[in-house]
Unconditional design. Sequence first.
Length: 439
Amino acid sequence: MDTRRFLFVSADAALITDLAWQVHREGHDVKYYIEADSDQEIGDGFVPKTDDWRAEVDWADVIVFDDIWVGSDVGTGELAQELRAEGEAVVGGTPNTDRLEEDRGYAMEVLEEQGVNTIEHREFYDFQEGIAFVQQNPAAYVIKPLGEVQNVKRLLYVGRDDDGSDVVDVLRAYEKAWGHRMKGFQLQRKVEGVEVAVCGFFDGEEFVDQVNFNFEHKKLFPGNIGPQTGEMGTSMFWSGQNKLFAETLGKLEDWLAAEGYVGSIDLNCIVNASGIYPLEFTPRFGYPTITLQEESFESGTGQFFDDLAHGSDPELDVHDGFQVCIRVVLPPFPFDDEKTYDENSRNAAVVFETDSREGVHIEDAKNVEGQWRVAGENGMPIVVTGKGETMREAREQCYGRVEDIVIPNLYYRDDVGERWLDGEGDRLQSWGYLGPGDE
């Protein structure tokens, strides 16, 4: 394809650096804007930067927003909608699609209106009312904060006790510690099964044929224990628009078309023999999901997003098999402790024991005269990926690659993809969700 001009916009934290780098390496012109002061150095030496994204709108052929947040407020959907109304080609949401993530109650209403089954849920804006509800309706629940504080991932709590007593204790603790910031929370009935996210790319009118199915690993430690993080690793595969897609995202196609949504949208679900139960939306790129998706693209990344933004019948060729990625992190991730970060992680060198950089992607990193270094303040410098015909082969390639990388004090989960091998794949197949979709 001809060289195109891409403007990547991080209106809050820097998230989309690797995608911008990939498009730049394909020969396209790229400019990258980062709003957060603490993240300004991320991507330096990898991608060209701009300090005023609005001044570059006329220059750009495609504008890409990476999240729903503008600082501490939801708002990129509104920006994207305004730019599309002015004739710009934009990958980004709308105010209503932003709300799918910010307002969990609204998200469930949209699903129900489109004929998607949902888990029993209820929103509360008073801690004592929530506590009373659990005591009057004893069961295991999941606590999901509402609003800005939901970005503090460790506040999501999955109940263990069948009578809900642990949920009551946690709500009491949250009221004391977070009552000043947590505007509300959703209590969602806990359902057992296989957790799988259905992810599609939407071009403003319809979904791209290729659908991504991914399995998140959000807890810090192997065995799915420890504090919640944004994500420690992901395993995935691509398929057609099968039953799992048809019963979830497929039912939202008309709604998304009416919104004019353009980009990636992900619906995380619990699946069991009785049905499919949506948990939450990610109406934007997921991280590091987009990094692993990008690694599995076998057609041009820039071409795909240019076609997606222009609604030009985007085609996507992907790796036929399985993919695995791990997020390599440093202290004090996932917590904030400036002293610990300064002593252990700031500006640390990323050392490669081989000349190959295949399968290694950047997050909070910079390039200083050819030396990769840790950037920003979050302690998430790189993501390492692997592919294979089987999940086992993908795991072996991913973990083989990370063994050739040296960063003092690095850590990562060593069990990404094991759940599939331990039976999740067999269960999904036996329940009939991975077969052809309804025509």
